[in-house]
Design a protein around this ligand. Structure first.
Ligand SMILES: NC(=O)c1ccc[n+]([C@@H]2O[C@H](COP(=O)([O-])OP(=O)(O)OC[C@H]3O[C@@H](n4cnc5c(N)ncnc54)[C@H](OP(=O)(O)O)[C@@H]3O)[C@@H](O)[C@H]2O)c1
Length: 374
């Protein structure tokens, strides 16, 4: 069968390049030679014992995120004759199941189940079906996945939304749960334009939390205020407040800081908190040498941060993805209409260049960028 996929070619030895007509783009200093491709593959036989607990999904839509940048980095060291299929999230329809599959049926509409070992998980649980994202090649039109690596989506969720939903909503619901924040309390959400932070903002507002947001993208201030965020400030103003111990903070007391980039906001975040506050983070901006060089000299004074953490009895919490129950709760919230996932744009056909530039390079993006197969 012929299977569509979004592939990225290596960048070494360009004189022998395959995909020679690909228009490259540069993401975080990395050359990205990507194209929609058609692969010829033998269809898997799901009646064979090796697939007893597997399902075959026909992908309808997919999206990319920070994880795909890891593949871009790898491809800087790979011959231009070789390629790798990318994509972090998908939605699709189950078209076949293995003989031992009990929880999923042909015709089910599914997305990836990104459950990651919860704190306190046993060693077996950590190894088994809680390994995080089920695939790094979510754009492959047909995916064979373990039964527990997919989650059913409600009828009311379009495939485009499904392909944009899981990682952000599951992570946001985990961070909310683990932060212990309650209705009426105040939160600061940093890098509000990131998809993780947008999922956090929607989830916090739904729980009756008062939200202050910071962003380096002035163009999204009105959209954030329209969502119900009380106050939007620039990342620059937030970080400046951390540099001056005597400075008046440009907002009121904050009980919890939610931060997707600890290397950008740890010091300002901790300084924003009340006594006994919580700072929770899920990521780092300097994920490659290019961004690390751009941010050189801007990292927090760890001793000053820890002095503050101790004197103010602050809890610092790390968070990776969420549990299966977090995704279930997020899907239920979507189904009852109390949670939304903003979609920036939907791309189709052959134009992977527009899809990737909007995903990774366009600062006016607001929400997820999705590629849909027709
Ligand atoms: N561990 C986990 O399980 C997990 C799960 C989800 C996400 N994450 C982490 O969360 C982070 C966000 O992921 P995402 O997919 O939501 O990202 P995204 O949507 O691509 O985020 C882009 C936004 O992040 C901010 N940003 C990124 N790099 C920056 C820089 N160098 N300087 C200033 N601002 C910068 C900007 O926000 P503004 O325009 O608002 O300033 C930018 O618009 C990543 O670090 C990722 O690793 C981790």
């Amino acid at each position: 069968v012929f299977v569509r996929a979004l592939g990225v070619f290596g960048t070494l030895q360009p004189s022998h390049a395959r995909g020679g007509d690909v228009v490259p783009l540069t993401v975080d200093g990395m050359l990205v030679r990507a194209t929609m491709m058609t692969l010829r593959e033998d269809p898997p036989d799901l009646t064979s014992p090796q697939y007893a607990r597997s399902v075959l999904v026909r992908v309808q839509a997919f999206s990319c995120n920070y994880r795909d940048k890891g593949c871009f980095r790898t491809m800087q060291q790979v011959s231009s004759r070789r390629f790798r299929v990318i994509g972090s999230e998908f939605s699709g329809t189950v078209v076949a199941v293995g003989v031992g599959v009990a929880s999923i049926a042909v015709g089910d509409r599914v997305i990836g189940q990104n459950a990651y070992a919860a704190p306190g998980a046993t060693r077996e649980e950590s190894r088994a079906d809680v390994g995080g994202l089920p695939t790094n090649g979510a754009s492959r039109e047909y995916l064979v996945l373990r039964e527990h690596a997919v989650a059913r989506i409600p009828e009311c969720m379009p495939f485009v939304t499904g392909a944009a939903f899981g990682v952000n909503a599951q992570t946001a619901f985990s961070m909310l749960r683990r932060s212990g924040i309650r209705a009426g309390q105040s939160a600061l959400v940093t890098s509000a334009g990131s998809n993780t932070s947008l999922a956090l903002i929607y989830s916090l507002l739904r729980h009756g939390v008062r939200v202050t947001a910071s962003t380096s993208s002035p163009s999204i201030h009105p959209a954030l205020l329209a969502l119900g965020v009380e106050r939007v400030l620039s990342t620059h103003a937030l970080r400046a407040s951390a540099c001056d111990a005597g400075a008046h903070l440009p907002f009121g007391p904050i009980e919890v800081v939610f931060d997707p980039f600890f290397d950008l906001h740890l010091d300002a975040g901790v300084r924003s908190l009340v006594h006994g506050g919580r700072y929770i983070t899920c990521g780092v901006a300097a994920q490659n040498a290019h961004v690390a060089a751009q941010l050189a000299g801007q990292s927090a004074d760890l001793a000053a941060v820890m002095r503050r953490v101790i004197l103010y009895n602050i809890s610092v919490i790390g968070n990776c993805l969420g549990t299966a129950a977090d995704l279930d709760a997020a899907l239920a919230a979507f189904a009852d209409g109390s949670l939304t996932t903003p979609i920036d744009s939907v791309h189709t056909g052959e134009n992977s260049h527009a899809f990737l530039s909007r995903t990774f390079l366009d600062t006016s993006r607001f929400g997820k960028v999705v590629f849909a197969y027709d």
